[in-house]
Each structure stands twice: as structure tokens, then as C-alpha cells.
Design a protein around this ligand. Structure first.
Ligand code: IPM
Ligand code: MG
Length: 365
């Protein structure tokens, strides 16, 4: 076999392992069909890392990621670990260091609501007739998540907590180029979301975007305040094509976008950096570990499977395989297969388990 890749598989906690199983099943199917192979290095991360090695991001897990072509990530966190000190929790001690370590600054989250799934959206159907197709680009290694100083503790006898929202020009420039290029490849409409009426970091954000717009004459750049964007996403989501925003705003808006598109369980993501000639990336569902439904066989594996498709597209450059995965997902949806989160009670629906959904998608490859 001439095309052989290595993937670090980090299923993590909650529904992570069960949806990961389905993504790997789909990977088996595309490998057979398109004639390539993957070496899969499965490693514990998050709460599973704490249980296995006393650390949310065990050294050996990080090493496996370093020697891989890409990381397929499940989800981390759960109530068992919520009482740990804030900086030891799985979310902060596993996922954020991975993003930072590999400089995965560009987070692509496609918010797609297929025509067949408009019923699953909580919005009135006339608002989203024909479906939704938004690409949200979230800056992922700057802003409040990583800004220093960061502090939690006592000062002068009182408990205080501090986060710092900071952006450097170069951080904004590099995500802006990603966003302008993405808009250029789509409809040419780019909406940059900030809070420039209040935050200095947003004033700089807007200034850099406005300056760079000159280099992309085919892109029509608009700006929107984040509170308005949150409102517009439920008022008229179809006005958006490419959205770009800083780390924290992107976190919030993409959960909203996912729900508007029908379910958190369908939204994949790619967190990209640059390393060598191929794009290195971490691919994960945008939703969380959903501990409340873990182990019940009802979790929707589609976000994990579509994250695999993004991995095939961006890191492995197996474009035909990526297209096939996305096509298979669309076809089982149009055949009526629905996990519980997508059920609307429509006549042609077939409510299936996590594994049945994975099997159906693998069979459609
Ligand atoms: C996300 C998640 C993470 C984030 C958490 C788990 C740290 O909510 O990827 O959107 O806040 O970035
Ligand atoms: Mg989030």
C-alpha cells in the first residue's frame, strides 16, 4: 500500500469513545474503497488520561500526536472531574494545551443544516427554507483563553479571578488571511464579528481586517458586533456565509449556530496549524462530552464522522475519500436515518442508535 498515514486517535470521555468507534468504522470503509491505510495510535486524554496516567494530557499521548499526520479527537470532561482545580480539569489541561502546542490557530466550524433536517432546527421553518450553510472561523489560540495574566486566588483577604483578553496584530492577520481566502472560495461574503464599541482588542481586530480587505478585492467584508450577531443567527441565519471571530465569541456563537442547524451532534470542526508540507490538524466534534447521554447508545456520531471527513480533506489530502464520507452522511439522512437528537416525528424517520447510524454511513460509502 503506497498511501499510508498515521493518526493519533484520542477518544476521551463521555460520548467520545462511542462516537469515535463509529468514525473508525467509516474510516475502515473508505480505506478499503480508496486504497490507503492508516496507522491508528489510540491514546487516553482528558478524564481518561487522569484515570490512566494521572494527567489529562499524558506525555505519551502528546508524543503520539507529535509523530502523527493528524489528531482525531473525541471530547473531554465530565462531572467526575469538575471539582478539580480549574487548571487541572480535562478541558483546560488537555484540549487547550494541545491547541497551543501545535499552534492550531484556525478553527473551522461548518454550520450546515440540510434541507431534510430543517424540521430539527428550533427555528421556524420559513426562516431556514432550503437549509443553512455557514462557515464559522474561530481564532483558537489567542484571546481570553490564553491571555496572561490569568489568576484565581486570594488577594487582600478576598477571592479574585482574572482573565486577560489580548490580541497581537500578527495573530489577527493570520486568521484574517484564512478567513478572506475561505470567503473567496465560497460566495465572497465575509462577516467579521467583534465588540469594537467596547473592547480595545476588538478595535485592533477590526482595524487589521479593514486593512487586509484591500488584498482581497473579490471579498465583501462587513463587520458586526457580537451581541447583534448572536441575535441575527436566530433571526436570519441565511444572511451569513463566512463568519470570522475571536476565540471566546467563536466558542459561544458556534454552539448557537450548531443548535440553529438542528443539533450539536452534527457539527464537526477542524483546528488547523501549519507544519511541513501538509496541514497538521486536530479534528473534533464542536459539541462536548455530553455525560448525561454517554453509554446509552443514543449519541449522534455524525459530528465525529464529519470531523473525520475534514481530517481526510485537510491533513491527509484524501479528497475523494472525504467527499465520499460527506456524501454518505447526506444520503443516510435523506434515507430517513435519525439519532434521537434529530428526531422530529416525521413519517419517513427511522430512529437509530449510535452504532446503527455508523453502520449505515459505512455501508453507504
Ligand atoms: C469547544 C469547547 C472547548 C472550548 C472547551 C471544551 C474547552 O467548548 O471546542 O467549543 O471552549 O473551546
Ligand atoms: Mg464550545
Amino acid at each position: 500500500m503506497n498511501r499510508e498515514y498515521s493518526i493519533a486517535v484520542l477518544a476521551g470521555d463521555g460520548i467520545g469513545p462511542e462516537v469515535m468507534r463509529e468514525a473508525l468504522r467509516v474510516l475502515d470503509a473508505v480505506e478499503t474503497k480508496y486504497g490507503f491505510g492508516t496507522q491508528r495510535e489510540e491514546r487516553p486524554v482528558g478524564g481518561a488520561g487522569i484515570e490512566a496516567c494521572g494527567k489529562a494530557l499524558p506525555d505519551d499521548t502528546l508524543k503520539a500526536c507529535e509523530s502523527a499526520d493528524a489528531i482525531l479527537f473525541g471530547s473531554v470532561g465530565g462531572p467526575q472531574w469538575d471539582s478539580l482545580p480549574p487548571d487541572e480539569r480535562p478541558e483546560r489541561a488537555a484540549l487547550l494545551p494541545l491547541r497551543k502546542h501545535f499552534d492550531l490557530y484556525a478553527n473551522l466550524r461548518p454550520g450546515v443544516c440540510l434541507r431534510e433536517l430543517t424540521e430539527a432546527s428550533p427555528l421556524k421553518n420559513q426562516l431556514i427554507e432550503g437549509g443553512i450553510d455557514i462557515l464559522c472561523i474561530r481564532e483558537l489560540t489567542g484571546g481570553m483563553y490564553f491571555g496572561e495574566p490569568k489568576f484565581y486566588g486570594e488577594r487582600n483577604g478576598e477571592l479574585i479571578a482574572l482573565d486577560t483578553m489580548i490580541y497581537h496584530r500578527r495573530e489577527i492577520e493570520r486568521i484574517a488571511h484564512i478567513a478572506f481566502q475561505a470567503a473567496q472560495e465560497r460566495s465572497g461574503r465575509l462577516c467579521s464579528v467583534d465588540k469594537a464599541n467596547v473592547l480595545s482588542s476588538s478595535v485592533l481586530w477590526r482595524k487589521v481586517f479593514t486593512e487586509l480587505a484591500g488584498q482581497y478585492p473579490k471579498v465583501q467584508l462587513t463587520h458586526m458586533y457580537v451581541d447583534n450577531a448572536a441575535m441575527q443567527l436566530v433571526r436570519n441565519p441565511q444572511q451569513f456565509d463566512v463568519l470570522v471571530t475571536e476565540n471566546t465569541f467563536g466558542d459561544i456563537l458556534t454552539d448557537e449556530m450548531a443548535m440553529v442547524c438542528g443539533s450539536l451532534g452534527t457539527l464537526p470542526s477542524a483546528s488547523l496549524g501549519a507544519r511541513g508540507e501538509r496541514t497538521f490538524g486536530l479534528y473534533e466534534p464542536s459539541g462536548g462530552s455530553a455525560p448525561d447521554i454517554a453509554g446509552k447508545g443514543i449519541a449522534n456520531p455524525i459530528a465525529q464522522i464529519l470531523s473525520l471527513a475534514m481530517l481526510l480533506r485537510f491533513s491527509l489530502r484524501e479528497i475523494a475519500a472525504a467527499d465520499a464520507v460527506e456524501h454518505a452522511v447526506r444520503s443516510v439522512i435523506s434515507d430517513g436515518f435519525r439519532t434521537k437528537d434529530l428526531a422530529t416525528g416525521a413519517a419517513n424517520e427511522r430512529i437509530v442508535t449510535t452504532a446503527e447510524m455508523g453502520e449505515a454511513i459505512a455501508a453507504a460509502i
